[in-house]
Ligand binder design. Structure first.
Ligand code: CS2
Ligand code: MG
Length: 402
């Protein structure tokens, strides 16, 4: 089953996506997502200029060998750009294999370990009442796990808070947005806020919260401890994870479950945190961490240490990545939960897909391969627009983690 054509489609149906299309000699098409939010063109170039020319003539069924060829053959290993490029090829090859055998990808990953994939949605609010209303609306749609982000009173441009009734989309076209971050008001507000959420919605609802790398380890330990009465499902990215020791410190001070890893791009980013027992959920995704082949290895390591998956699934991961995540989530034994940020209608039109949401869970469907397509004619109507993630500074202008 030789690869005869490979191309990149960069489009922007509501936000930018980079999609890889592989075609085989018998006319099968496989899709991969290569979207790296705010750095899309870097991955498009890495693929177009350095990877796609190497794929022509390769046997599409040699998935692991292709992964090793692209990883070891580059000499310069790891990093978000390289691993997103490898991921796109890997996911497209799994799509092709499923199509060639006329089975959904989850069958190739060992078959279903569950009937459906539990998902969590995003509730946001510029104030407490708006955030509570957002939770209530998601409850009404059947979600039983909800991430809640609320603007700290007196602040602005809080991470994860959408404005108006627009879905949250951090990357913005045009000028780079600089936001101001203040830790102390947030540390005082968050426990009060979650006390209110629990009072409003009771103990059963799974509540998640994303600190988005903003805290120093001891601040994160303080927050985790203060949130213990509210029994969070997880506290995400409490501190930048380049320092695994920081997670060990947090772990010593709180039983609030910890989730990390959406910015990870290989098992080497995850290993120490998993082996040290410092985290409860690993958030690495099939699009940023080297594809399904590598994500499976991360999950297998995590399984040995009782760590569960909680894959990233924001809107900057395309429906191709969402489909891959659902096939993975259906089949991985140590599944935790899957993030679900519904895409815009435009995106869903460009990327028709078999996956469906129902009552707080999703299923990838039974279509051969991933069960997702890319309408290239429609995609061409939404050309790329430069858009960047915001940056964060402290009030005195010091650069901080966004
Ligand atoms: C977030 C994302 O989904 C999440 O947990 O951390 O919104 C993240 O900020 C974006 O995916 C960055 O592109
Ligand atoms: Mg996050």
């Amino acid at each position: 089953m030789k690869i005869t054509d490979a191309k990149i489609i960069v489009c922007s149906p509501g936000r930018n996506f980079v999609t890889l299309k592989l075609t085989t000699e018998d006319g099968l098409v496989g899709w991969g997502d290569a979207t790296l939010n705010g750095r899309e063109l870097a991955v498009a170039s890495y693929l177009s200029d350095h990877v796609l020319p190497l794929l022509a003539g390769r046997d599409a069924r040699r998935i692991e060998d292709t992964w090793q060829f692209l990883y070891k053959g580059a000499y310069w290993r790891r990093g978000p750009v390289t691993m997103a490029a490898i991921a796109a090829v890997d996911v497209a090859l799994w799509d092709l294999l499923g199509k060639s055998l006329n089975v959904p990808v989850y069958h190739l990953l060992g078959g279903a370990c569950r009937d459906r994939v539990r998902v969590y949605a995003h509730a946001t609010g510029e104030n407490v009442e708006a955030a509570l209303a957002s939770v209530a609306a998601l409850r009404a749609r059947g979600y039983n796990a909800i991430r809640v982000q609320c603007q700290t009173p007196g602040g602005k441009d809080a991470y994860g808070v959408s404005h108006g009734n627009q879905p949250y989309e951090p990357a913005r076209a045009g000028a780079l947005q600089e936001t101001v971050w203040e830790t102390e008001p947030y540390l005082r507000f968050a426990p009060q806020f979650f006390a209110r959420v629990r009072q409003e919605f009771g103990p059963e609802l799974a509540l998640l919260h994303d600190a988005h790398h903003r805290l120093r380890p001891v601040e994160a330990a303080r927050l985790g401890h203060a949130l213990e009465p509210f029994d969070l499902f997880w506290l995400e990215d409490p501190t930048p994870a380049e320092l695994p020791d920081g997670y060990r410190l947090i772990r010593r001070h709180t039983t609030t479950p910890l989730a990390v890893g959406e910015v990870f791009n290989s098992i080497h980013d995850c290993r120490e945190l998993i082996v040290q027992g410092s985290i409860d959920y690993i958030r690495a995704s099939a699009v940023h961490a080297g594809g399904l082949s590598h994500l499976r290895k991360i999950a297998q390591l995590a399984e040995l240490y009782g760590v569960r998956t909680g894959c990233h699934g924001a809107t900057d991961l395309s429906p191709v990545a969402m489909a891959a995540a659902l096939h993975f989530g259906l089949s991985v034994p140590n599944f935790g939960i899957q993030e679900h940020m519904p895409h815009t209608a435009e995106t869903d039109q460009v990327f028709p897909h078999a996956y469906r949401y129902q009552d707080g869970a999703m299923h990838p469907g039974e279509a051969p391969g991933l069960g997702v397509d890319c309408n290239e004619v429609l995609a061409a109507q939404f050309p790329y627009r430069p858009a960047y993630l915001p940056v964060a500074r402290l009030a005195d202008g010091t650069m901080h983690d966004w």
